[in-house]
Design a binder for this molecule. Structure first.
Ligand SMILES: Cc1cc2nc3c(=O)[nH]c(=O)nc-3n(C[C@H](O)[C@H](O)[C@H](O)COP(=O)(O)OP(=O)(O)OC[C@H]3O[C@@H](n4cnc5c(N)ncnc54)[C@H](O)[C@@H]3O)c2cc1C
Length: 400
């Protein structure tokens, strides 16, 4: 295919250049050399196939493999790239972090469980999209806080040593203004973790119950009642951690169609397959460059913008569509889900089952659309009738 620059020479001058600078190229070479020597190569092929939702390894506990890889990186100063050097990091720029992610490739799937560092105890049965509506209470008692309540959908609570916990400390003020954040030892007395079984058979997240759990005031993050701002900073950093890797399912589908034989010949020669692939290729490129634009803004010291919402919104539904199409192409065999029996080792079945979760976690499609409508398009804000009402005056069925 002809490149845009060769179609119109005058356009060439304004085209964005994504090549490494000499400094970035040197950094990439250093990263590549270290990974070549140190990465757990024996799992590479399996990790490459482990696409979205399939996070198990045959004959090895993925958590142990991931911990060993993380430790190796930490010992060599590659674990927390953006942290200052004096705290064990490397003081890396956002672009250097992206280069690391690109070079780490399939091994990056091992780091996925450490992306947020510790589990995030935010959502509750009555506070998901509206997380500021949460009810878990923290009451001051001397130098401690006593926690009672329940969290839900807490990813990784079952293997995390620590969690960050958003609580209500003042119910007499509007909901965003009475929250406080803490970190806690997940083995603290009074913490009960119950895994939730998912449709794909895995248990990645949990219900977490708190009964008179004691947290020292020294473990408070930020000022009392300023937890909303602390949680926004946390979520913003989480988005930054996601970096360039917006999964779309397209590379997997392309490879699959290249190898699949339909009744009348190779799938890749079929006009309707090619038309579908072309549409998704365009979308995948749009996502890639939108993400690169965000990274470029970060490297200039700007804050992450609503581009991240666009990426998640488009990629989440695209993965679902791509997986459903791959299963259609498999015909009746599409219902087989065991990795041993299913085409492409069950990759698309796993993808299809995981995709709805992707569309909900970190903010649902509707919430992403609200953000885009309000912050990108400047449309009128969502109706928020409880915005200025003290939390304990908001009428609910569950509170007397
Ligand atoms: C895989 C996965 C991992 C997760 N990990 C964590 C975690 O580690 N820690 C954590 O705290 N939480 C986690 N969550 C929870 C997640 O953040 C919430 O599920 C999400 O914010 C939605 O909240 P909810 O489930 O209560 O749905 P609700 O908020 O009840 O939403 C129900 C429906 O109403 C719609 N809706 C809600 N408000 C609006 C509105 N204002 N405008 C239009 N539509 C609206 C939603 O889009 C949705 O369709 C995880 C969720 C998933 C799926």
């Amino acid at each position: 295919m002809m490149g845009i620059a060769s179609l119109n020479p005058s356009y060439e001058r304004t085209v964005m250049n994504f090549d490494d600078t000499p400094q970035e190229a040197a950094f990439r070479a250093e990263v590549r050399a270290w990974i070549a020597v140190n990465a757990p190569k024996q799992y590479e092929e399996e990790l490459k196939k482990a696409s979205l939702g399939r996070t198990q390894l045959k004959g090895a506990n993925i958590l142990e493999v991931a911990k060993a890889w993380q430790k190796k990186k930490a010992d060599a100063g590659w674990a927390c790239l953006h942290w200052p050097k004096e705290y064990g990091g490397r003081g890396a720029t956002p672009i250097e972090r992206v280069i690391w992610q690109q070079e780490e490739g399939a091994f990056g799937k091992l780091s996925a469980m450490f992306i947020i560092g510790w589990c995030q105890l935010f959502s509750e049965p009555a506070g998901g999209s509206d997380v500021a509506g949460l009810r878990t209470r923290a009451e001051r008692k001397g130098d401690d806080w006593i926690i009672n309540g329940q969290k839900i959908w807490t990813s990784g609570a079952h293997y995390s040593d620590y969690g960050i916990l958003l609580t209500r400390t003042d119910p007499n003020v509007p909901k965003h203004k009475g929250l406080t954040m803490f970190f806690l030892d997940m083995k603290s007395p009074g913490v009960e973790i119950k895994p939730i079984k998912q449709a794909n058979g895995q248990s990645e997240f949990n219900e977490v119950y708190f009964t008179d759990v004691k947290i020292p005031d020294a473990q408070r993050l930020g000022a009392v009642n300023d937890g909303w701002n602390v949680s926004l900073t946390t979520l913003m950093n989480e988005r930054m951690s996601i970096g360039a890797g917006v999964a779309t399912g397209f590379p997997e589908l392309f490879e699959f169609c290249n190898n699949l034989m339909l009744e009348d010949g190779p799938a890749i020669d079929d006009r309707s397959v090619r038309s579908k692939l072309a549409g998704w290729a365009v979308k995948a490129s749009g996502l890639k460059y939108t993400s690169m634009r965000a990274i470029s803004a970060l490297s200039k010291g700007e804050r992450p913008g609503p581009e991240n919402s666009i990426g998640k919104l488009v990629a989440g539904s695209m993965v679902q569509d791509v997986a459903a199409y791959a299963l259609d192409l498999q015909g009746a065999a599409g219902v087989l889900s065991g990795p041993e029996d299913a085409e492409a080792a069950g990759k698309f079945q796993a993808m299809l089952l995981r995709a709805p979760g992707t569309r909900v976690e970190g903010g649902t499609d509707e919430i992403m659309r609200n953000i885009i409508a309000e912050r990108v398009l400047g449309l009128p804000g969502d109706i928020r009738v409880d915005k200025d009402v003290p939390f304990n005056k908001i009428p609910t069925r569950g509170r007397g």
